[in-house]
Design a protein around this ligand. Structure first.
Ligand SMILES: [Fe+2]
Length: 194
């Protein structure tokens, strides 16, 4: 099993977020990296497979933490990658997809925001390989609501830790700030890889 290393992100052009908000969030991300490395290491130990019990067992705990921490690592990397403060005007293939799907960028943003106000963990705009369609979906936690075959294009963290230092309980202002930092070059690059 490969050991994961935290990736580096350049937040120097991110507006409306303080360095402490971003660095504390990044620190949480590194904790999830440490978590998945520990879980993967523990899963190498043969002893963990000697007690197989769905009520309480080390293997059960490891499996639950594996999806929780690994999904969290992936989601945070997608989030930090599309939060740069650069290329914040919508353009390119993603603009056409959003206008075709929602009528306008404003309509998409209103719906994405509403879902962001309604969920407890994450909001994603995705391409679904299953039926070649695009949609927004929400997750209540890192591993609750993950959709099979969905390729994330836009990813927003709505856990309180993502905004509480700078915005208090004003999640609406945080979501507006997120959109003012959303990097459409990153989003278009994700589309190119599909
Ligand atoms: Fe987060």
């Amino acid at each position: 099993m490969k050991t994961l290393e935290p990736r580096n992100y350049n937040f120097s052009n991110v507006r409306y977020f303080s360095p402490i908000q971003l660095s504390e969030h990044y620190k949480l991300y590194t904790n999830y990296i440490n978590c998945i490395n520990k879980v993967n290491n523990d899963l190498q130990n043969e002893e963990i497979y000697t007690e197989c019990n769905s009520n309480y067992s080390a293997i059960r705990s490891a499996q639950k933490s594996k999806t929780f921490c690994f999904d969290s690592v992936k989601l945070h990397e997608l989030y930090f990658e599309n939060l740069t403060g650069n290329n914040t005007r919508i353009y390119g293939p993603i603009e056409k997809i959003i206008v075709d799907t929602f009528g306008s960028y404003n309509s998409f943003r209103d719906k994405f925001k509403c879902i962001g106000m309604s969920m407890r963990g994450w909001v994603l705009f995705c391409y679904d390989r299953y039926n070649n369609d695009y949609y927004i979906y929400g997750q209540d936690s890192h591993d609750d609501g993950v959709m099979l075959y969905a390729e994330p294009l836009i990813v927003m963290d709505v856990y309180e830790h993502a905004y509480m230092i700078d915005f208090g309980t004003n999640r609406s202002a945080y979501i507006d700030a997120f959109f003012q930092n959303l990097d459409f070059n990153t989003v278009n690059q994700r589309l190119n890889k599909i």
